[in-house]
Design a protein around this ligand. Structure first.
Ligand code: NAD
Ligand code: ZN
Length: 401
């Protein structure tokens, strides 16, 4: 089959690789119809994850058709939250791999599954404990082949696969795999009270879904921050007031817009590759270059300082290692709460499907580019460099240019 393989920093190639095979009784093989490139993939593309190996298949936002099932599913039917699944069904695949029966899965904490990361020992060395396995996301989280490919093996298929009802296009449901639940969980993590003001840094795909989710969850105002004009424009169409951080001092602006109080909650939807302004930006770039810090927390610092006293800091943005100069004094003395994590995708699937079927939101709004899988290298390039007004790229295996 054809698959998008990581070959080093800033280098992906579409290669012919062996088809995936059933390894465990609870596996399924999915023939992929749509798959997307995520901001998280950029961290790998940009070379910030030391546990990538040349040839690793990328991708964790994919959906398609079940073409093969493991021997655990004897009658060809598997059961998922009361729904029978069978060969030929159209499904979306959460990016987090979860067993469905461990301490964490039983507590609805799917991205913390204890049984799905075969390289848990490696994560434990760095983090003390391991998160769940993730598709296409380095050997630290299992080394699983990803879904920017024609086929993928899905472990614990009875827990992960989510059947899509007829009548919905791929583009309306593809983002259930990651960015829609990620934006939604990040908004939920803001503990929004009716009428609250939420400030969101980052108007990438995750920020876009966070904006709309915060409003769905009762925020009175969302203030979105970025510097890319078309992303700010899309944020504004989604109901946010917008700030361009290159044109305005964000902390001062937020104070002014909230009568001095500060936003009730703040969200870092940017993560470890935040762009920093002035001396501070230079400081983080320099420290990262000599590996004295792994991640650049420019946004996190700003968000903590901007948040109102007693407020909540929600962090969907990905961090992998260590950050410097955290304003812990502000965090402690203002009595803030922080909530973060890889998304518990399984938790939100039915809720988000209901929202789409009720017509509350059409997730396809975020797509700016649809390309055949073969053009993935071009897709990575324009998404990284924000060329050609690129906001979200969907790749289509089996389609030609
Ligand atoms: P993206 O790279 O498309 O978007 C990031 C945006 O942040 C860009 O528009 C960029 O201009 C903006 N930005 C950079 N520096 C900024 C600053 N100082 N102030 C304000 N904006 C700034 O990525 P995305 O797909 O939207 O993902 C965003 C983050 O969410 C990434 O870190 C990604 O890894 C993470 N993510 C987390 C989860 C999860 O489960 N927690 C899932 C998906 C993605
Ligand atoms: Zn993603």
């Amino acid at each position: 089959m054809k698959a998008v393989c990581w070959q080093g920093t800033n280098k992906v190639e579409v290669e012919t690789v062996p088809d995936p095979k059933i390894i465990n009784p609870r596996d399924a093989i999915v023939k992929i119809t749509s798959t997307a490139i995520c901001g998280s993939d950029l961290h790998l593309y940009n070379g910030y994850n030391p546990t990538m190996k040349p040839g690793d298949i990328l991708g964790h936002e994919f959906m398609g058709e079940i073409v093969e099932l493991g021997s655990a599913f004897k009658n060809g039917n598997i059961h998922n939250k009361g729904k029978a699944l069978a060969i030929g069904d159209r499904v979306v695949v959460p990016f987090t791999i979860s067993c469905g029966s461990c301490f964490f899965c039983n507590r609805d904490l799917w991205s913390l599954c204890d049984n799905s990361n075969p390289n848990a020992w490696l994560a434990e060395k760095i983090m003390g404990h391991s998160p769940s396995g993730l598709f296409g996301y380095s050997h630290l989280t299992g080394g699983y082949a990803g879904g920017q490919a024609e086929y993928a093996r899905v472990p614990f298929a009875d827990v992960g696969l989510f059947k899509i009802p007829d009548g919905l296009a791929d583009e309306q449901v593809l983002f259930f795999t990651d960015i829609f639940p990620t934006g939604y969980m990040a908004a939920e993590n803001c503990d929004i009270q009716p009428g609250d003001t939420v400030a969101i840094w980052g108007c990438g795909p995750v920020g876009q879904f966070a904006i709309r989710s915060a409003l769905m969850l009762g925020a009175g105002r969302v203030i979105a921050i970025d510097r890319v004009p078309e992303r700010l424009q899309m944020a504004s169409s989604g109901g946010a007031e917008v700030l361009n951080y290159e044109e305005i001092e964000v902390g001062e602006a937020l104070k002014e817009m909230t009568g001095g109080l500060g936003p009730d909650s703040v969200m870092d939807a940017v993560g470890m590759e935040a762009h920093g302004m002035g001396l501070e930006g230079f400081y983080d770039k320099a420290k990262q270059a000599v590996r004295m810090e792994t991640d650049r927390p420019n946004v996190l610092r700003q968000a903590i300082v901007a948040c109102r006293k007693g407020g909540t800091v929600s962090v969907p943005g990905v961090y992998t290692g260590f950050v410097d100069k955290m304003p812990m004094g502000a965090f402690m003395n203002k009595g803030l709460t922080m909530k973060t994590g890889q998304t518990h995708v399984h938790r939100y699937l039915q809720t988000l499907l209901d929202h789409v079927q009720n017509g509350d939101i059409d997730p396809s709004f975020v797509i700016t580019h649809t390309l055949p899988l073969e053009q993935a290298p071009h897709g990575y390039e324009i998404f990284k460099d924000k060329k050609d007004n690129c906001i979200k790229v969907v790749l289509k295996p089996g389609q030609t240019a």
